[in-house]
Design a protein around this ligand. Structure first.
Ligand SMILES: Cc1cc2nc3c(=O)[nH]c(=O)nc-3n(C[C@H](O)[C@H](O)[C@H](O)COP(=O)(O)OP(=O)(O)OC[C@H]3O[C@@H](n4cnc5c(N)ncnc54)[C@H](O)[C@@H]3O)c2cc1C
Length: 438
């Protein structure tokens, strides 16, 4: 006989997003189940470097994303403090800052442009000459052209974070059904349970039925592959492959104190002396092979930045799939059918955006509006993407169905204005000569 169980909410996918959202609502007393076909940490979360770096990750033309990443970074200290207290486990959170280095004149010109944008948006970032950079990180290469110090950036260990979330969820009475506890793949969601177009729950490969008022889709890069949902309800998410290398200091101390990055690579020190070197960005479908070329590129660029990495032990190399949407913003909010909620598409910022996404999903499950910063991530925008490309924000606003999408359109319009200001700042920036190499 098929076993059937009832919950308030089911989370499909036990990556950082599914687990964070589930923990947030379980804490409020909801009966929660999380399903993953693998044993967490898996998916992109297992591979991620764990940078919480809204300033350094800032890109031209992504003002809504910046608003989201800043809001989530502000939630992080309280999120990890509560999680560590609830679970008794460390998350490896460290607020050590970041230093972005320009290795030559071209990189300096580019970094200056980004720094101008950071300053125009009031972000905490200071341009430093090579001597000042080396005072912060004495292991830097002898010759480079300056850098940007972003003291507010932080990092977390995504695998430790996952272990803490699992422990906290179990203490909160949530059910976590993952492959490790049964046959491999037995906990994979293979079917939806429907009444007409309404989603009532899911069925696993082992034949278990779980029912709930709401099913939250948090399957990361696989969210577009959900054959168990009607085609129009599958979110437009594609995988973007990223490779990383993990090194360990043989004397126990990583060769840098803070995140150190160049145009091509970033180095994230862990409190236990490991150093994460990331990351490639490749359109390779669902391929997760670690390649000789990928590892070579990461190690070469890491060595150009911090020569001491050559003495480190090579511990591991991994590839993961970032869940990417057509406009690089996540999809957070009601899905296309009743009973379905989306928490996916977090691309290169899923670790950073986890606390904010959890707040947003708790609000959606409580029947409240999305928090202001999350409004641009409302899934309703996906049918609006083509219109957004025409920059006709009035059309977007008038076609929006509810107050939240109105807000999304308003923020998108504000975003377009910010982007235009940034572009103007970029055009006006003097073509500075790079500093003398130090
Ligand atoms: C190399 C690399 C470096 C990164 N660095 C950073 C960083 O420094 N900072 C940052 O913020 N972000 C970073 N990211 C991005 C971040 O890892 C992702 O955005 C985030 O992990 C996405 O989390 P998720 O829970 O949505 O997906 P995932 O972590 O991929 O989890 C999805 C889960 O769903 C499960 N699943 C899929 N289908 C099913 C099914 N049918 N049934 C049951 N389970 C299913 C999978 O097994 C998986 O565990 C990085 C990513 C990569 C690849």
């Amino acid at each position: 006989m098929t076993e059937q169980r009832d919950f308030d909410a089911i989370f499909v996918g036990g990556g950082v997003i599914g687990l964070s959202c589930a923990w947030r609502v379980a804490r409020d007393g909801a009966r929660v189940a999380v399903l993953d076909r693998a044993e967490p940490p898996a998916g992109a979360t297992r591979v991620a470097a764990g940078m919480l770096a809204p300033v350094g990750e800032l890109a031209f033309g992504e003002p809504e994303l910046l608003e989201m990443t800043l809001a989530s970074a502000a939630l992080y200290p309280e999120f990890v403090a509560e999680l560590e207290a609830a679970s008794g486990e460390s998350t490896g959170y460290a607020s050590q800052g970041a230093l972005h280095i320009a290795l030559d004149r071209d990189e300096a010109a580019e970094l200056r442009r980004v720094h101008d944008l950071q300053r125009s948006l009031g972000l905490e970032a200071e341009w430093l000459p090579p001597r000042r950079c080396r005072e912060l990180e004495p292991g830097l290469t002898p010759s480079f052209n300056g850098g940007v110090h972003a003291p507010g950036e932080a990092a977390v260990d995504p695998r430790a974070l996952t272990r803490a979330l699992l422990a906290a969820l179990r203490k909160a009475g949530a059910e976590v059904i993952a492959a490790g506890e049964g046959e491999p793949g037995s906990s994979e969601v293979v079917d939806g349970i429907f009444e007409g177009e309404r989603l009532l729950g899911v069925r696993t490969a082992a034949g278990e039925e779980l029912r709930a008022e709401t099913t939250v889709l948090a399957t990361g890069a696989w969210s577009g592959q959900t054959a168990w949902l009607p085609e129009h309800a599958r979110p437009p998410v594609r995988p973007v492959k990223g490779q990383i290398v993990e090194l360990r200091a043989r004397d126990g101390a990583a060769p840098c104190e803070r995140i150190v990055a160049s145009e091509r690579v970033y180095l994230v020190p862990r409190p236990d002396g490991r150093l994460i070197v990331g990351a490639t960005s490749e359109e390779q479908g669902f391929d997760t092979a670690v390649t000789a070329g990928g590892v070579h590129e990461l190690l070469r660029e890491a060595y150009r930045l911090l020569p001491d990495v050559a003495e480190m032990e090579l511990v591991d190399s991994m590839a993961g799939l970032r869940p990417c949407t057509p406009d690089n913003l996540p999809l957070i909010g009601p899905g296309a059918i009743e009973g379905l909620v989306l928490a996916t598409g977090h691309y290169r910022n899923g670790i950073l955006l986890a606390p904010l996404t959890a707040e947003a999903i708790a609000a959606v499950l409580a029947g409240e509006q999305l928090p202001e910063a999350v409004a641009p991530a409302h899934p309703a925008r996906m049918s609006l993407v083509a219109q957004r490309a025409t920059k006709d924000m009035c059309t977007v606003a008038s076609s929006a169905a509810d107050a939240t999408t109105d807000r999304a359109a308003e923020l998108a319009a504000r975003g377009a204005a910010l982007a235009a200001a940034a572009e103007a700042a970029e055009r006006a920036a003097p073509d500075r000569a790079a500093e003398e190499p130090g």
